[in-house]
Design a protein around this ligand. Sequence first.
Ligand SMILES: [Zn+2]
Length: 198
Amino acid sequence: MDGLSPRGGWIEVITGGMFSGKSEELIRRVRRAEIARQRTQIFKPAIDNRFDSKRIISRDNRGVDAIVARDSADLRSRLEFGVRVVGVDEVQFFDENIVDVTMELADAGVRVIVAGLDQDYLRRPFGPMPALLAVAEYVSKMHAICVRCGSPAHYTQRIAGGDSQIEVGDGSYEARCRMCYEPYRAPSDSHLDRIKTA
Ligand SMILES: [Zn+2]
């Protein structure tokens, strides 16, 4: 969605699996608003500390400055007067109240662009994403390319690490299509013990 609505605010969701270009798309949209001299702010959750903690850096190494917010209340308290466009990256890591904050902003005339994972590594809807997808005016589902077969990839396959929902780090994941996706099982201690004693 390219921001052609004539008046008022609205919500755009950019979603999909990892490696699908969500951050690049968020940066592209915010940059276009900046070129039009609209006042913008970009936020990211405190949990995402890969690369540089204060910048959102897409995989093509283009970055924009972001404000790190602890939670949705912290984000709300850091909004500047007169802001026209608010971007939020990795929005799936925010608490459920982020939905109310985005609605409040859009109702007040702000264009809100959020980017985040629609599903976790077990294909479960991620955090506040289902509600954000429901209330958004515009939704863009992005696809990566399956590393196994080259089809459009809808899933984030975990390939290393434990079994918690959040495991930050690109090396623990790859993009997979529906045919190539396999439910991940973390190596358990008992299994490792059996290997050691075998
Ligand atoms: Zn595949």
